[in-house]
Write a protein that binds this ligand. Structure first.
Ligand code: ADP
Ligand code: MG
Length: 354
């Protein structure tokens, strides 16, 4: 009877004191966050950068780390978004033809890198594609096929050579009125690299960063076997795997016709635009994937560049770069992968070329 009463007392005392301890932070004092880290889920997702971002920290997850990573991703979005009027990119665009604008180091880094890849790709990738993406508005509320006159009017504005960068002052100047930056093809890659930097600083053995299909596989799997990344079949509404990429410490980025597009008069128009003729690039390719041991920022921009360049010139660019591999999926359902990528085709509708 006595023990029973004691038990009851203890139970009630616990029920009352636990919420108080939690509210006053006492719990944190006696059970510091590190000790409770195991309670964090193995992965966490959030909508950012216009896509769904999933971070997987496996058994080493902690809420603090997830929060650090997502805060950094949102910070990058806040600086590079075209849709937030206060972002650095929006301010640069608003001052086109008027004045240089001082930007954050993140933004300067990305624009500088974007200009380098624009040069490497002969302008197939161009961060000043803004006036063209605005005209087509493929991602926006009013997508439509512009007239040739409209396209001709904005084409001269798309020219990365007219982005004036001042390293000392950290300013960006779009020299012609009407010019506009669009970092949509590179910002996710930069955000992925920055997420990795946080994970590395925390000394985690393994992690997967997936920002809407731009993926970084970090470290080793628990059983020390290679990571396996599923490559999505480039058919709309079909989420099955086309094939599997295996490897260590790699970044995988894809640009495809199937992610963002609209249908007009029965024809499909996708979001990868040719700066040369102002239309969605038509090169017989459904998707290009870059597999790289280098920065995700570079891989992200390169996948767009290679898509716009087409197979011959795109492959020549990939072959000229150290540690960069590619997988091309064609409209005729053939697939080609460069020699350095470990790729296994699983979708029987496709066939592997040489
Ligand atoms: P996703 O955003 O689907 O991952 P990409 O990384 O290839 O695909 O980026 C596509 C985005 O890049 C477009 O939505 C547009 O904002 C921008 N873009 C389109 N064409 C080009 C181009 N030729 N050069 C640079 N950026 C481009
Ligand atoms: Mg990209």
């Amino acid at each position: 009877m006595r023990t029973r009463r004691l038990f009851l007392f203890c139970a009630v005392a616990l029920a009352v004191s636990l919420p108080i301890a939690r509210a006053t932070g006492l719990l944190e004092r006696f059970f510091p966050p590190r000790a409770r880290a195991a309670a964090a889920p193995p992965f966490l997702g959030e909508f950012a950068l216009n896509t769904f971002c999933v971070i997987t920290l496996f058994d080493q997850a902690s809420y603090e780390l997830y929060e650090d990573i997502f805060r950094r991703i949102r910070e990058i979005e806040g600086r590079m978004s075209l849709f937030l009027p206060g972002s650095d990119v929006s301010r640069v665009n608003a001052a086109a033809g008027i004045a240089p604008v001082r930007v954050h180091g993140d933004v300067f880094t990305v624009i500088e890198r974007a200009a380098r890849i624009a040069e490497l790709s002969g302008g197939a990738f161009d961060p000043s594609i803004g006036p063209l993406t605005a005209l087509w508005d493929i991602m926006g509320p009013n997508p439509g096929v512009p007239s040739q006159e409209e396209i001709n009017a904005v084409l001269p504005l798309v020219n990365w050579r007219n982005i004036d960068l001042d390293r000392e002052r950290r300013t960006v100047f779009l020299t012609a009125p009407g010019m506009a930056l669009d970092l949509g093809a590179i910002a996710k890659g930069f955000a992925a690299d920055e997420a990795l930097a946080i994970i590395r600083a925390a000394r985690l053995d393994r992690a997967i960063i997936n920002l809407g299909g731009d993926v970084i596989m970090h470290g080793a799997r628990p059983d020390r076997t290679p990571w396996r990344v599923g490559l999505q079949t480039p058919h709309a509404d079909d989420r099955t795997a086309l094939g599997i990429i295996s490897g260590w410490d790699m970044t995988v980025t894809t640009s495809g016709v199937y992610e963002r597009y609209f249908v007009y008069n029965g024809a499909r128009h996708h979001h990868l635009l040719s700066p040369f003729d102002g239309h969605p690039a038509r090169t017989g390719i459904l998707s290009t994937t870059i597999v790289s041991s280098g920065a995700s920022m570079d891989a992200d921009a390169l996948s767009t560049a290679v898509f716009v360049l087409g197979y011959e010139r795109g492959r020549a660019l990939v072959d000229s770069l150290e540690g960069v591999e590619a997988i091309f999926v064609f409209e005729d359902l053939s697939v080609r992968a460069t020699a350095g990528v470990d790729f296994t085709l699983v979708d029987g509708r496709f066939r592997l070329g040489e």
